[in-house]
Design a protein around this ligand. Structure first.
Ligand SMILES: Cc1ncc(COP(=O)(O)O)c(C=O)c1O
Length: 443
């Protein structure tokens, strides 16, 4: 039996104060208190490899790794050292830093997704920039996004499509249309309207379900025929499915791609890549043409983020990290499936996704996905020292001992889950309220 975590005093103190200082209590809604069970650590003080420590000194195995941005491990020394060296050599200058060209060459050679790149600090910045380019290139205004993909940007064109549309002008909603991933007819229907005004089709190349029946290739062909740009958002999939992104793994060529979390081991480095003909619209070489204000931010090319990205790419290549992560992800999936079978929970728990990024679906006694049951699973994992929020992201830092710990905690948590199913609900087992969806109308 794993020892249960029972020190919470400092977490409680932090949780009682933070909402007076920071709206939402965090700078990412998916890290917020309403996303976790009552026993979750309120804040993390440090991380090392696959582990993090909370304010009370409790240690947790990390399953999500900073929204999957920490792609090697917390505090990974070669990346941290490269960042320190960059910091000591100056982080921001009045002309481009020399590292911008080195980073651009290495990134483009690595991802092989277009001829030009623009760096930024946030994923939202690069997805919004991709849309601006598509609008300028096609002369159209609307964006078509896959409705199953939960997040592309915190900018209005995306948030207006969610229930959290407060503070956004009402007409913003009409700028974004939706289609269904793996449903070619839904894309065809959008483009069949002669007045569709769609500049680009935007989606993640893949999430947990594989593309079916050459969906991506068919959408690419549809886009080509309609003169619409295909933008693939590799924010999550980049450096997980392949160093060249999931689009390369799945054999499809987008016009533009966006990259972010997971390319710089948690440091802030994001990228927009694409065909030179489109990207050059953001350039200043075509004298006399209208200028397009692409990405222009003070901190976009801060040297520390680019140094982290360069060191991360080198480490991935040197150690064959993508292949290694897949291999351990495969082992992990087999072992989790085995636990589910041995506890007779096949109808209630399901591990989905590719080995490089697995997710757990939690169903109730009626076999429907259920927030209370999902929260109970998180609660039990966290109580056993595994910081779990529904995802298993195997990184270089998740070696066999980490897989063993995860599987042991999962097995014990499944025993509690079984009890809840047998009772028909989580009452008496779940402490506090269930976690809520990030995108909801009411707080
Ligand atoms: C697929 C995808 N695209 C874009 C973004 C936005 O990135 P950022 O949070 O860096 O702005 C995210 C962030 O969660 C994402 O998951």
């Amino acid at each position: 039996m794993l020892k249960k975590i029972d020190r919470f005093d400092k977490s409680r103190e932090f949780a009682a104060q933070i909402h007076d200082l920071i709206p939402g209590g965090a700078h990412t809604y998916s890290k917020g208190d309403d996303q976790f069970p009552h026993n979750a650590p309120a804040a993390i003080t440090r991380g090392e490899g696959a582990y993090v420590w909370d304010l009370d000194g409790n240690r947790y195995l990390d399953c999500s790794m900073g929204l999957t941005s920490v792609c090697i491990g917390h505090g990974y020394e070669p990346v941290a050292r490269a960042v320190c060296e960059a910091a000591y050599s100056g982080t921001n200058f009045q002309r481009p830093a020399a590292i911008e060209m080195e980073a651009a060459r290495l990134f483009l050679d690595t991802v092989e997704s277009g001829e030009m790149v623009k760096f930024a600090k946030n994923g939202s910045t690069v997805t919004t920039a991709a849309i601006k380019l598509a609008r300028a290139y096609t002369g159209r205004s609307r964006v078509a996004i896959a409705r199953e993909h939960p997040f592309f940007s915190y900018d209005d064109w995306f948030i207006a499509t969610t229930p959290c549309d407060r503070g956004i002008p009402a007409d913003a909603r009409s700028m974004t249309a939706t289609f269904s991933y793996n449903d070619l007819a839904s894309v065809e229907a959008l483009l069949a309207d002669r007045n569709h005004d769609i500049a680009c089709v935007l989606m993640e190349p893949v999430k947990f379900d594989p593309p079916r029946d050459n969906f991506l290739q068919k959408v690419a062909a549809l886009c080509r025929d309609a003169g619409v740009l295909l933008i693939l958002d590799e924010m999550i999939s980049g450096f997980k499915w392949s160093l060249k992104g999931a689009h390369n793994y799945l054999g499809v060529k987008p016009d533009l791609s966006t990259w972010g979390k997971g390319i710089a081991n948690g440091f802030s480095a994001c990228a927009l890549t694409g065909r030179a003909e489109i990207m050059e619209l953001g350039g200043i070489r075509r004298e006399g043409e209208d200028k397009l204000f692409l990405i222009s931010t003070t901190h976009g090319a801060e040297t520390t983020g680019l140094a982290a990205m360069i060191a991360t790419i080198k480490a991935f290549k040197e150690h064959g990290m993508v292949e290694s992560n897949w291999a351990r992800g495969e082992i992990l999936k087999q072992q989790l499936d085995q636990v589910i079978r041995s506890r007779g929970l096949e109808q209630s728990l399901q591990v989905i996704g590719y080995p490089c990024l697995l997710a757990l679906v939690c169903r109730n006694a009626q076999e429907t996905p259920d927030d209370a049951f999902r929260t109970l699973m998180m609660q039990e994992m966290i109580a056993r020292g595994v910081l779990f929020q529904g995802l298993f992201y195997p990184t270089w830092s998740h070696q066999q001992p980490e897989i063993d710990l995860l599987v042991e905690a999962f097995d014990e948590s499944c025993a509690v889950y079984r009890q809840a199913l047998d009772r028909g609900d989580t009452a008496g087992l779940l402490v506090g309220r269930p976690a809520k969806p990030v995108f909801r109308k009411k707080i």
